[in-house]
Design a protein around this ligand. Structure first.
Ligand code: ADP
Length: 317
């Protein structure tokens, strides 16, 4: 068996990838492996943008968001002839083990690659949307939540000063996790997520009463996946509740930033389990985390179903 192992980042970047890269290098060396970085995701695999990594490459990166080795989506990797090129590049460097930081799409890609060419891999769920089936936690989520928290705290200052309603839009594609957790932990008055049907009318009487009783502002958290535009929610506040309103779309702010302690720790744990798993004979798996702890799941388990929000959390709404 070769001792050469590579890591790449694929799809959207998250804060926590750099701590993962640092630990990948250090832990690989500790286990007697030779670590390699693949730059720019599957594009780098195809273009042979693969280099041996050392302590020097990861010095100081633990505090940075994003990823030191770049990430990418790759249309070419969907085609067998480019995967063939990727395989040749790995063969030249004698690499037959890979760790992939990405989402379910990236894992599906690597699974196809494994089935064709036998490159063993372990996926580490990495997306701020926290929408990967089979894992309760994806790398980057805690940092994103903390950035959202800081943003909401700042917006609250101005909302209260000016007697306004703020509609704060969070990322998450079809998953309301970021919005839900942020709304609960920021004490928002309204939380709208794609998983729960809502009727704005049902809030009207109560919200107007609250204003009469002295409420100066409202914080509404809207997940990007709901059917209405955030501006429509803001218009509703103005027209039906009678309070001036503003929309704040947090956007890509949520992706970056200094990784939190939790994401640094989870990066270390995910990487340790992933490398141990491959060395112990896991050939095509994703390392998942739930209340039961860390466990390896198959690509099918992770990609065949849609992530479902924990009902216990929804009940807090
Ligand atoms: P995410 O990993 O965040 O879900 P994507 O769904 O965009 O991101 O997938 C990332 C990349 O994974 C794609 O750009 C493509 O290169 C690769 N990929 C996804 N599905 C396949 C597939 N069926 N075959 C080969 N490559 C794939």
């Amino acid at each position: 068996m070769s001792k050469n192992i590579a890591i790449l980042c694929s799809g959207g970047d998250v804060s926590g990838m750099n701590p993962a890269l640092k630990h990948f290098v250090e832990y690989s060396l500790k286990k007697g492996l030779i670590p390699y970085f693949v730059y720019d995701g599957y594009e780098g695999l195809i273009d042979n943008n693969i280099r041996q990594a050392s302590y020097k490459d990861v010095s100081g990166i633990i505090i940075r968001g994003g990823t030191q080795i770049g990430s990418a989506r790759s249309k070419r990797f969907m085609q067998p002839e480019f995967r063939e090129m990727a395989k040749k590049n790995l063969d030249t460097l004698n690499i037959d083990m890979m760790i992939v930081l990405g989402g379910d799409g990236s894992f599906r890609g690597l699974d196809v690659f494994y089935k064709e060419h036998g490159i063993k891999f372990c996926g580490i769920p990495s997306t701020i949307d926290n929408d990967i089936h089979g894992t309760d936690y994806c790398l980057g989520v805690d940092t994103a939540l903390n950035i959202i928290k800081t943003s909401i705290d700042s917006i609250r200052d101005t909302a209260s000063a000016f007697r306004r309603a703020f509609v704060i839009e969070t990322m998450g594609r079809d998953c309301g996790y970021l919005a839900l957790i942020s709304a609960i932990t920021s004490g928002a008055e309204l939380c709208l997520i794609p998983e729960v049907a809502y009727d704005l009318k049902s809030y009207e009487e109560d919200f107007k009463e609250q204003i009469k009783n002295g409420r100066r502002y409202f914080i509404a958290i809207a997940s990007e996946g709901i059917k209405q535009e955030s501006q429509e929610i803001a218009d509703w506040f103005e027209q039906k509740i009678g309070i001036e309103s503003r929309v704040s779309v947090l956007g890509h702010l949520q992706r970056g930033g200094n990784p939190t302690i939790y994401d640094r720790l989870m990066a270390y744990k995910f990487v340790t389990h992933a490398i141990n798993g491959i060395l112990d004979g896991q050939e095509e798996s994703v390392i998942c985390y739930s209340k039961k702890g860390f466990e390896f799941k198959t690509i099918d388990e992770v990609t065949s179903s849609k992530y479902e929000l924990d009902l216990d959390l929804i009940n807090f709404l």
